[in-house]
Design a protein. Structure first.
Length: 173
């Protein structure tokens, strides 16, 4: 038996609408400091969030247990995908990141970046990540695949400390 009357559903609709428009996954840009012109090549990147790294089980009398949060996790990772160009822009950027150094003496390939909700010129907010690097998977080339852009994918390792940059626009569309 359904209890979803029109009035009941209307209450849920009103409560949901009052929370505001939902964020759209595609509305982001990933910009590596020093490679600002390459932000249009990023297809996918993680959106940094702070949360406990996990749980600590605390024993209690009579065999009981309870949970306590671990420290906030600031060393994070997530999937990243970049579109390659005919000129080899991503390939060259990866080489440049290795050769220009980074946080660690003698190189280290690390970089800082901003992940925008919107674009670098018009955004609601941005999150800054530091001491990042990309472990790139070997891209596949395929003679039969004439319908897909060459994409480099890998894992972005980064540190996020909760830094949020205020946006310059109320609507990035």
């Amino acid at each position: 038996m359904a209890v979803s009357t029109a009035a009941y559903l209307n209450d849920h609709y009103d409560a949901t609408a009052a929370l505001g428009a939902k964020a759209i996954s595609s509305d982001f840009s990933f910009e590596i400091e020093g490679f600002e012109g390459s932000y249009l090549l990023c297809k996918q990147a993680p959106w940094p969030e702070l949360a406990p790294a996990g749980e600590i089980e605390v024993p209690a009398p009579l065999g009981a247990t309870y949970w306590q949060p671990q420290q906030v996790k600031v060393a994070l990772q997530g999937q990243i995908s970049l579109f390659e160009t005919i000129a080899g822009s991503v390939d060259q950027m990866m080489v440049d990141l290795i050769t220009r150094g980074g946080t660690y003496l003698g190189g280290g390939c690390t970089f800082n970046a901003k992940i925008y909700e919107g674009t670098p010129t018009k955004f609601l907010r941005a999150k800054r990540i530091v001491d990042s690097f990309i472990q790139m998977d070997a891209p596949d080339r395929d003679w039969e695949n004439r319908s897909q852009v060459l994409t480099f994918s890998g894992t972005l390792f980064y540190h996020y400390f909760g830094e949020i940059i205020a946006g310059n626009s109320g609507d990035y569309r």
